[in-house]
Design a protein around this ligand. Structure first.
Ligand code: GLY
Ligand code: MN
Ligand code: MN
Length: 431
């Protein structure tokens, strides 16, 4: 791992919150993600299962976490089962956790090797009424491969058919949505690394530079700051490409007079940040570009103030839509009389602003969380309004990461330049 050791209290606190949601006499099982094969003997990079990481911080394949708060053997109330290393693995793959290291990382005292799993698990199952298993219930997830969790579920339900089976996902969505202070520090660290990348770009972008050269600058800055890289596929979209919401080709040359949309951010210690900035390729916005930019910025600032405990995301999205409507009228893109007569179910602003304003942020960039519950202190949301005008070859989105607190919203990206004048000044003075 490139990141520095994490305070295990992060995971201890999360487990303490988790067990409050379990029925009496239960055993919960979390599996690591698989290492996915590519071709021949290749494989894709490892990305830990975010639920397992949230509860124990173990960042290694083939790991299993068991939580059984009513286990008769008090040493078996939290157990990690890990892949046992050997000389061959040490030579070919390198270091794997020792049992002591796993305890230091997670705060879990009992660490066994996987070979002991079936015996220990049987004892726990026979003491329990309920078995909690994990499936991916993210509303936008499309999962075509059979995950380790899915294979375990098949095995377990065949082997122990008479137990009551329960879903981990609703519990995890609830507890992961509210971050503890250690998690906020890690997201802040991800935001800080993202900020370094963006500052580097302000000195680098000029007419003739390519989108992939910009991507290369960022990955360099992220990795040298202990990030594993991008928190999601970077969107580096100059000119009209900015109107393609999930543009990921990043293969064009940036032209004089265009604006480039940069939806690019680093992860740190598996925690995501999520940034969007738009900058003029030649260092100076045109009058029209700045009008659209400032319209989006006004909506961003007003929307940020609405991310407070007790608010409902659905109501928030409606309010942001109303702000956007007024801005689009001001820009001459919508007519006030058409807006007055619009069908509220299909508001006209969606022609220019067709995505939501906020999503949960955490271990996953589109993090888990329940959008139907009121916002709580400790949640982290993005705030990312945009206006996309293909006929003007212009797309502007501005995105910050906002920590909701009792004292009001805290912008974790407050240090990253966003005022149009600041962006222009920094770009022009670094030429
Ligand atoms: N970068 C993906 C998003 O902004 O939601
Ligand atoms: Mn983004
Ligand atoms: Mn986002």
């Amino acid at each position: 791992m490139k990141y520095k050791a994490i305070n295990p209290q992060l995971f201890i606190d999360n487990r303490a919150r988790f067990i409050k949601h379990l029925l009496s006499h239960s055993v919960a099982v979390f599996n690591a993600n698989d290492i996915m094969p590519s071709s021949a003997d290749g494989h894709l990079g490892f990305k830990q299962n975010t639920d397992l990481f949230h509860l124990c911080g173990i960042d290694q394949e083939e790991s299993i976490l068991i939580i059984a708060p009513h286990a008769l053997n008090v040493n078996h109330r939290e157990i990690l089962f890990l892949k046992e290393t050997n000389e061959t693995i040490a030579v070919w793959e390198g270091h794997k956790y020792t049992q002591e290291e796993a305890t230091t990382t997670s705060g879990i005292k009992t660490v066994y090797w996987l070979s002991q799993f079936e015996t220990v698990f049987k004892t726990l199952v026979c003491e329990s009424e309920n078995i909690y298993l994990n499936t991916n219930e993210h509303l936008r997830a499309v999962v075509e491969v059979e995950t380790r969790d899915a294979r375990f579920l098949d095995w377990c339900m065949k082997k122990y058919p008479l137990h009551h089976y329960q879903r981990l996902a609703p519990i995890m969505h609830n507890i992961r949505a509210v971050k503890n202070k250690y998690e906020i520090e890690l997201i802040q660290q991800a935001c800080n690394i993202t900020g370094k990348g963006f500052e580097r770009l302000l000195k680098f972008i000029k007419p003739g530079v390519t989108e992939y050269e910009i991507e290369a600058e960022l990955i360099h800055e992220f990795v040298r700051n202990r990030s594993n890289g991008f928190a999601y596929g970077p969107i580096i979209a100059s000119g009209a490409s900015a109107c393609v919401l999930h543009y990921v080709e990043n293969n064009k040359e940036c032209q004089d007079g265009e604006v480039i949309l940069l939806d690019v951010a680093a992860e740190y210690a598996n925690y995501a940040s999520d940034l969007t900035r738009c900058v003029p390729v030649n260092g100076k916005f045109t009058v029209r570009q700045k009008q659209v930019y400032n319209a989006v910025l006004r909506v961003l600032k007003a929307a940020t103030q609405m991310l407070v405990p007790g608010a409902y995301i659905s109501h928030y999205h409606t309010q942001v839509g109303k702000l956007m409507e007024q801005e689009l009228i001001g820009l001459g893109l919508l007519k006030a009389e058409d807006v007055a007569q619009q069908n509220p179910a299909t508001p006209l602003y969606k022609k220019y602003f067709m995505h939501g304003t906020s999503h949960f942020l955490g271990l996953d960039v589109h993090d888990v969380g329940n959008f139907n519950k009121p916002i709580e202190a400790g949640m982290v949301f993005t705030c990312e309004p945009g206006i996309y005008i293909p006929e003007e070859k212009l797309g502007i989105r501005l995105e910050n990461d906002i920590w909701v607190t009792e004292k009001g919203p805290v912008n974790l990206m407050a240090h990253i330049p966003i005022e149009a004048d600041d962006i222009e000044r920094i770009m022009l003075t670094s030429k």
